[in-house]
Design a protein around this ligand. Structure first.
Ligand code: PMV
Length: 353
């Protein structure tokens, strides 16, 4: 890790000698309420703006990491070995090479309980669990900011998944070139009534990865400056509404921020769109339910066509009824109800290996 002058995530100099036989860790995924879209440094994944997320409870990734002799790394995701030509293999290889002890290779086994690569942030929990398992394997004993920075090097949104507790995570953009001030921290507010439901549209791999899509957006869109200014305002509004527990204010700012991000992508050249016809139909359905029946739920979407709704527990029944009353929109894939505050149960599912 000393080989590259910019690979810095702690003030300590870390050793490359493993302290243990293996490192095991879990991380919960997250969904951004105020989005990260755009990098000020693509190697270190330093963002143009700060962002804010809410965890996905027990949906996330478990990772077991070991060192081995041989000639190359082995990465198993959900029981399937990645091939060297896979982009996911190359990305993991680049990341793990920063930490590789001379002459040794990594054996990584990860199980996702979130669908892989579907805009449901499996890379967030994936790289957060990997950062924590590196810490466990080498025995570095990193503090929370360092774990968050370490996860950030793998995937920006992973910085918000490397925290020890479920809840709201604020990732500060920071201003240092080495990224030491760019990490996530938990907000001191809990809001156990807040819940997610994912309305699946399509879980197949995305057409363009978020890294390339961000690059394309900021290289070509005439509106990128407006986005950067807007996010700072949206973030303050979101934090204020969390402090005052104003659900409508939080839902509105979250929804508009997501639409602004997707609108911005459409102004890139060529335009980028992750949304599908069915996504638009669900959005129209929700707007109608909200205006005609006062249904209290708000939308967000990431780099994929699936819709996530934020709602309060007391409205779950109304929402479930509304969804059930429209089988043509929701019959193919069932909604996924998620409690963001559920703590991960840390049973190591790899004991059989
Ligand atoms: O961390 P990445 O590179 O997968 O980017 C995540 C981008 C969004 O999910 C669209 C927004 C966010 O803040 O999570």
């Amino acid at each position: 890790m000393e080989d590259h002058p910019t690979w810095k995530f702690t003030d300590k100099v870390l050793h490359k000698q493993p302290l243990h036989q293996e490192g095991f860790a879990k991380a919960s995924s997250n969904i951004a309420l105020i989005k990260y879209w755009g990098k000020r440094d693509p190697i270190l994944n330093l963002p143009l703006t700060s962002s804010l997320s809410l965890s996905l409870g027990d949906l996330g990734t478990q990772t077991l990491l070991r060192l081995k002799k041989g000639s190359c790394d082995c990465y198993w995701i959900n029981g399937k070995a990645l091939e060297h030509k896979d982009s996911a293999y190359k990305r993991l290889d680049r990341y793990l090479s920063i930490f590789r002890p001379k002459g040794l290779f990594f054996d990584l086994r990860s199980i996702n309980s979130v669908p892989t690569q579907a805009g449901l942030a499996s890379s967030a929990s994936g790289y957060a669990a990997l950062a924590k398992s590196l810490d466990a394997l080498f025995g570095w004993n990193l503090d929370q900011p360092s774990l968050s920075r370490l996860a950030r090097l793998g995937s920006g949104s992973a910085s918000r998944s490397a925290l020890s507790e479920p809840g709201f995570a604020q990732w500060d953009r920071g201003s240092r070139a080495d990224g030491l001030d760019s990490f996530a921290s938990l907000l001191p507010h809990q809001w156990p009534d807040l819940q997610w439901v994912v309305l699946p549209v399509d879980f197949s791999p995305k057409s363009i990865g978020s890294k390339e899509a961000m690059r394309q957006t900021f290289a070509t869109s005439p509106f990128s400056r407006n986005w950067v200014d807007r996010v700072e305002t949206d973030l303050s509004k979101a934090i204020k509404s969390i402090e005052t527990r104003d659900f409508t204010a939080l839902g509105q700012v979250m929804e508009r921020n997501a639409f602004a991000m997707h609108g911005l992508m459409r102004t890139a050249n060529p335009p980028i769109s992750y949304l599908q016809d069915k996504t638009t139909k669900i959005i129209q359905w929700l707007y109608q339910k909200r205006s005609e029946e006062g249904l209290q739920a708000f939308i967000t979407m990431d780099a994929g066509p699936n819709i996530k709704l934020l709602f309060e527990k007391k409205n779950k029944e109304d929402l479930a009824k509304a969804i059930a009353s429209n089988p043509s929109l929701f019959e193919e894939q069932k909604p996924i109800w998620i409690n963001p505050w559920k703590k991960e149960v840390c049973n190591n599912i790899f004991t059989k290996y």
